[in-house]
Design a protein. Structure first.
Length: 364
């Protein structure tokens, strides 16, 4: 796995004396650091001076507090079923650089790696949700606005979150990643309330679309190590990409997965086809001029996102579900952002998405 190199660090004056700020700065003794009162000049300089401010922003680390709600419901889209879990945003932006990533558009005006150091405030919000829902199973993930583990060797967030969640029997933490950054995870054994999840694609897609991420081999070896430590491991086939020969590649990928991982220790696997907002196309074209990911025939759907035609998606899912079921017919599978008809066609019924956690956790 190839790491991006941090070139500059900016520190909000209000957090320069906080413990986590000092810990992070200690990991970069040779990197220049400056304090600031307002971050907007940092963002403006990146946007105005660089051809690819999003990539350059990944080399700039900003440490600050976050004043809003750390914990939010996963943002679903109109007409498509959402897994209804919570997202905990401790970091904004990601050191990986996937061609299809929505953050290219979402963070185009503030494209820095931002780490929030007031983690205690985040945990208070999680504690509140826990106390208000003691009889419900709640899944909380940290991988919406970043990769959950890509910066963990810098932040140590997993070492804060894992013990916190382990004390609360109905709270489950999902750390979702495309990396093999598991150094901090290997300090634990027999953890029940943290699931380590990997996004998977064939190596050809990783090479062409998922820059600075771990190889497929590195991801599966990391997952195997975590499983040996007693962690449950989940997997996300998302986005599934169609291309000439995709069937052979995804079938081989699934074979490799179960060569490394025992299916009884997989609480869930999600499936989701490639989808994107039309406004993403010019951004991707500018940043990756030779990329052909968004040049195929995709149809705008009810939520405004482009997707493969429904018959293509159905065939794609049917094949992948069949290959997965060959290894364990009882695997807990679900769709990410698919319509009701697709659920009915391939899973016979709709999930109780308001209580999706109860359906997902029957194998945890």
């Amino acid at each position: 796995m190839q790491d991006l190199i941090i070139k500059k660090i900016y520190i909000d004056k209000k957090v320069r004396n906080k413990r986590l700020t000092k810990v992070i700065l200690g990991r970069f003794p040779d990197i220049p650091a400056e304090t600031f009162n307002a971050p907007s000049p940092i963002y403006n300089e990146l946007v105005e001076k660089h051809v690819d401010p999003f990539l350059e922003g990944k080399k700039v680390l900003v440490l600050s507090d976050f004043k809003g709600d750390f914990l939010k419901k996963c943002p679903g889209t109109k007409g498509f079923i959402c897994c209804n879990y919570y997202v905990l945003n401790l970091t904004t932006n990601c050191p990986l650089d996937c061609t299809y990533c929505i953050l290219q558009e979402y963070l185009k005006n503030n494209p820095v790696l931002k780490i929030y150091v007031n983690v205690k405030d985040a945990l208070k919000q999680v504690e509140k949700i826990y106390r208000e829902n003691k009889n419900a199973l709640i899944r909380i993930g940290t991988g919406e606005l970043t990769d959950s583990l890509a910066l963990d060797h810098i932040t140590g967030f997993s070492e804060i979150l894992i013990p916190f969640f382990e004390e609360k029997k109905n709270l489950f933490l999902e750390l979702k990643t495309k990396t093999n950054r598991i150094e901090n995870l290997l300090k634990y054994r027999g953890i029940n309330n943290t699931i380590i999840a990997w996004s998977l694609n064939p190596q050809s897609i990783i090479n062409e679309e998922e820059f600075y991420s771990a190889s497929l081999k590195e991801r599966l070896e990391a997952a195997s190590q975590c499983q040996q430590q007693g962690f449950k491991t989940a997997f996300h086939f998302d986005p599934i990409v169609l291309y000439k020969g995709w069937e052979k590649d995804y079938k081989a990928l699934i074979k490799k997965l179960f060569h490394h991982i025992s299916p009884e220790n997989i609480p869930w696997i999600s499936l989701g086809g490639l989808r994107y907002r039309p406004s993403m196309k010019p951004i991707v074209k500018t940043r990756f001029p030779t990329n052909k990911l968004m040049t195929g025939e995709l149809l705008p759907c009810e939520d405004g996102k482009a997707r493969y035609f429904r018959p293509q998606r159905k065939k794609m899912y049917e094949l992948i579900i069949g290959w997965l079921r060959e290894y364990d017919k009882n695997l807990n599978l679900y769709f990410c952002m698919e319509d009701q008809d697709m659920w009915r066609d391939l899973f016979s019924d709709l999930p109780d998405y308001k209580n999706m956690e109860n359906e997902l956790f029957y194998r945890v």
